[in-house]
Design a protein around this ligand. Structure first.
Ligand code: NAP
Length: 253
């Protein structure tokens, strides 16, 4: 039956940056669908761990600063040691820096590109190697943005990094579909999390944004639960290289 295709019992999902925000929402959504979760975080994910354990699922707490790719092999090894396999990767960790393009610093460029693009690629590569070794395919879900489609204002490295996420999602899908690996992305619209705290604090910008969202509200972490479960499950086996906007209609406007 079709609803069984969404079921994720006995699957293991790595979610980066799941101590808060959209990452926490997606980790909880995947756990509700049956997954055990490997969280990779800088900050302590106590609340996420507690909520996942309360669902009767296991949570492996791994710590790493994803501005560098150095720790990736050890992270994969620890996940496999604990659970024996990996089935799903959600590349969620991301940062944003706001500064006028005319003044934008090299540090603000490199910091954002490292976490949002470089680590996302090399984490995907490492997990794809593990999927190929396991021989059963797998699911990679990248977190893109409205700025994968649009230019944005005062966020040059964020726009560059998230535009790269949409392109890399297609490239990885093209190369790895033959291994039954599905690579897709979710592009959240304007969501109420730490990432948009500054925007929401600016009354004029906040009103401008809200007025343009057809759904008439900022998104919340629960809004990405359904899409991530779909992309992590058998229900999306023939979806390859696509970026799904979860934006309350922002892009349709
Ligand atoms: P958030 O609350 O700021 O979450 C970002 C997550 O990434 C946090 O868990 C953060 O950890 C983690 N992270 C940042 N740098 C890291 C590093 N060097 N190593 C390991 N983890 C790191 O914001 P969010 O909105 O949930 O963002 C999640 C993803 O959605 C990001 O990729 C973001 O770009 C994307 N997104 C958000 C929106 C939006 O409107 N909110 C829209 C489109 C896309 P700490 O908490 O420890 O810093």
């Amino acid at each position: 039956m079709i609803l069984n295709a969404f079921e994720l019992s006995r699957k293991v999902a790595i979610v980066t940056g799941c101590n808060t925000g959209l990452g926490q929402g997606m980790a909880l959504g995947l756990a509700q669908a049956g997954c055990d979760i490997v969280g990779i975080n800088v900050s302590s994910p106590v609340e996420t761990a507690r909520k996942i354990n309360a669902l009767g699922r296991r949570f492996l707490d791994l710590r790493a600063d994803l501005s560098s790719i150095q720790g990736i092999p050890a992270l994969i090894e620890k996940a496999v040691d604990e659970f024996g396999h990996i089935d799903i990767l959600v590349n969620n960790a991301g940062i944003i820096r706001r500064e006028d393009a005319i003044e934008f610093s090299e540090k603000n460029w490199d910091d954002v590109m490292n976490v949002n693009s470089k680590t996302l690629f090399f984490m995907s590569q490492a997990v794809a190697k593990q999927f190929i070794k396991q021989g059963n395919g797998g699911k990679i879900i990248n977190i893109a943005s409205m700025l994968s489609y649009q230019g944005g204002i005062r966020v040059p490295s964020y726009t560059a990094s998230k535009s790269a996420v949409m392109g890399m999602t297609r490239l990885m899908a093209n190369e790895w579909a033959k291994f039954n690996i599905n690579v897709n992305a979710i592009a959240p619209g304007y969501m109420a999390t730490n990432n948009t705290e500054q925007l929401r604090a600016d009354e004029d910008r906040s009103k401008e944004i809200l007025d343009r969202i057809p759904a008439g509200r900022w998104g919340v972490p629960e809004d990405v639960m359904g899409p991530v479960v779909f992309l992590a499950s058998k229900a999306s086996d023939y979806v390859n290289g696509y970026t799904i906007a979860v934006d309350g209609g922002w892009l349709a406007r």
